[in-house]
Ligand binder design. Sequence first.
Ligand code: GLN
Length: 536
Amino acid sequence: MTKYIFVTGGVTSSLGKGIISASLAKLLQARGYRVTIQKFDPYINIDPGTLNPYEHGECYVTEDGAETDLDLGHYERFLNTPTSQANNITTGRIYQNVINKEREGEYLGKTVQVVPHITDEIKRNMRILGESGEYDIVITELGGTVGDIESLPYIEAVRQFRWEAGAHNSLVIHLTLIPYLAAAGELKTKPTQHSVKTLLEYGIQPDILVCRTEHHISTEIRKKIALFCNVNINAVIESVDASTIYDVPLLMLKEQLDKTVLTKLKLPNKNEPDLESWKDFLGRLKNPTAEIKIGLIGKYVELPDAYKSINEAFIHAGAKNECKVRLKHIHSEDMLPENAAEKLAGLDGVLVAPGFGSRGIDGKIEAIRYVREHNIPFFGICLGMQCAVVEFARNVLGWKDAHSTEMDPDTPYPVISMMEEQKKIKNKGGTMRLGAYPCELKKGSKAAAIYGKSRISERHRHRYEFNNQYLKNYEDAGLIASGINPDSNLVEIVELKNHPFFVGAQFHPELKSTVANPHPLFVNFVAASLAHARKK
Ligand code: GLN
């Protein structure tokens, strides 16, 4: 029978519920349990696909093409197992389902209400993954902070769920903050006490408290928290700030979070967790033998969360190469023809990021011209790949006004243009080319050598594509299509001959990079940048 763990947050947002959930899942997985994590977000958007990255950070795309919260990226990176639409539910989706059922007459004669109809729909979604029979343990992370108006129906659903599931079949972990008051020189437990009181008002006694803190928590403080929050002292778990999120599973292991969870769920503490490969990764991450500097050019660089998966993919690829990757975030709007050399000086490689719309596009194109001409390793992702195609048209093929029709619908050279199937679509949400598609790699290409196979599958999120009408011009001039979708003929990878590393991918390789499987394109881009650094 599947056991359920709920993770709630108190005191403030941004305490890292996603990392704690992923770390606990990692420990349980390392003991041989089949675990998955799902996230319930209390906002009314159906999914984060229509949200500006400034609002919500990166939109993470799953194999089945769901646009989801960036925490799902952490789940995949830690567990190395794919997630799906079922792993991310929003209030918008819950209400949409209930309203559709109401229109279909499913509640005929009844007044449709938050309790029981919305809470029933939340509980139904909480059970979906567990009922698949694929998991021993389902961890459900509730977005938001306890006490928020919008998370109330979820908290009530958890209360009901626990009562229905019976003893030892579910537990609640409450993540909270123990602030340090420098003036008093003390760690303070009061906010945690209040946050637990709020949960109690809603009928939920947390089983375990994970306490985020900048300083170690003494036994005295643990006792105090235990006494005032009705938990055992071994259920007060310290989560002290770590230098990398990848340390957190080991910190939780030291605090015996996994053991406490298994005991409370009456599950056998079978097998000590096997974390050998995880520790090996951490060893490489923390003991680099070299260092490189890579420029990340994008229009959301002020907010690192906007490029979360790219940042993490560099961490995985850096560790694989035993090389520290320093990222220099460059705002594409600050890149001008006259300052390209200065902005890109000293960089060992340049990545042009995904994105939408024309803001900053000229800077991206200018940067690509510079790295192409100066043999600096280049990696373009989605919009970054499209910019490389535009740059090549303008500066190598001599088509001065070439562009993507996303930026210039009337360009005489629409080298990137909207996909046929996209032209009739009016709705914005969930209508891009999304999720995993196969790709055939060209024999003898760099891409084929990097992947070491001829057929791959990668995840997408775009509306525009390479215009095949111009493919011959490109290939004759040296920019070849080395990855093609075998069903639709869409160009998925372009690469430049006679350049140390110049690769553009229409898909998002960063979404599939995990600790256990660093993405080969990132690994090779880092290796090429390292080679470039050594040559300098
Ligand atoms: N805006 C481009 C498109 O829609 C690229 C999207 C992206 O970078 N994810 O095709």
